[in-house]
Design a protein. Sequence first.
Length: 402
Amino acid sequence: MKILTLTTLYPNHIKNGHGIFVEQRLRHLLGCEDIEAEVIAPVPWFPFISEKFGRYSVFARIAKTERRYGISLSHPRYLLLPKIGMTLAPLMLVFALYPLLKKKLKQGDNFDLIDAHYFYPDGVAAVMLGKLLKKSVIVTARGSDINLIATFYWPRKMIVWAAQQASAIITVCQALKEKIVDLGISPTNIHVFRNGVDLQFFVPIDRQKAQTELKLTRPTLLSVGHLVELKGHHLVIEALQVLEDYHLVIAGDGEQMPRLKKMANDLGVAERVTFLGAISHQQLVTVYNAADILILASSREGWPNVLLEAMACGTPVIATHVSGTPEIVTSSEAGMLMDERSAQAIVTAVRTMQKQMPQRQETRAYAENYSWDATVHGIAGLFKEILGRPSVEGSLAHQDGD
């Protein structure tokens, strides 16, 4: 079986952490099953590479092709227009990719199905391409594609159409499946395959050495993710005013960096906040091990891998009760959930956990229930089942023969 993974969410040589969860699933799938894959990860077209153009210039610097972990990647460009780009994005992707895929098939470089990640615009475009190329399409919903983008009128219309036409839908948690059902989609074609965690990569290491490397001398809270409002880093900084015995490490980069630094300074806690910026996955292992508790104060999530990564390193978590988090944090060994998203709720949760901290080896043992094995075998089985279905044309011919 050869699959074509189509997504705008995939790491590249410049943005190594971009959509890392898509790459992780694909790598484990290829490692466990007799499957080949090629990745097409389109990026918006931009003409200038100068850094003075900010984040847009990053698109121009991404190579047209590359290889990661033995997997071939291509990064074709598509037009993303300001203001109206969100509505037209699926069509722009189709216009850019159809000639490329048509040429690929004509040259004998065939693939069996399209494995699309993120429902909008990626999934919508993939279903359109599947119809043009007569290929099965499986779309994986990831989180904000359903929790946020589906709240807009035209994107929701296109997401519903694509969901009705896709050969199958995968969600990373039960909560996302329920959200898609609420859009009017039959649950029978929606399959829940959660993300796993790489238990050989995220492992407990020498904590004292990790803390020394980060120059940490007191109990430490950790907040990981893009520096945007929905991740709730500002709430953890605010909670630090009361949690005077704690240091806070924030790992991630984003538009709110200046605001968060100013907030820490204004609240008088700047000396107890370390901003690491964007860091590698290898560095994350050190940071997870150095921390006492990971805080995830998000307003929405799909299946937040940071929770499992921290737990695999032995670090318990505190998270808001949103979307997939209750499916991850199900026992005291894992950590606890907050019903309210506020600084006071963080303070209360930290103080509660302080009284009965789970043993780090127990937290690691809990994470070991979330390997990738069951997920990738289930997905491979779904792919094979879909490819074994009779085609529409074949079914009609069979009926005519009867």
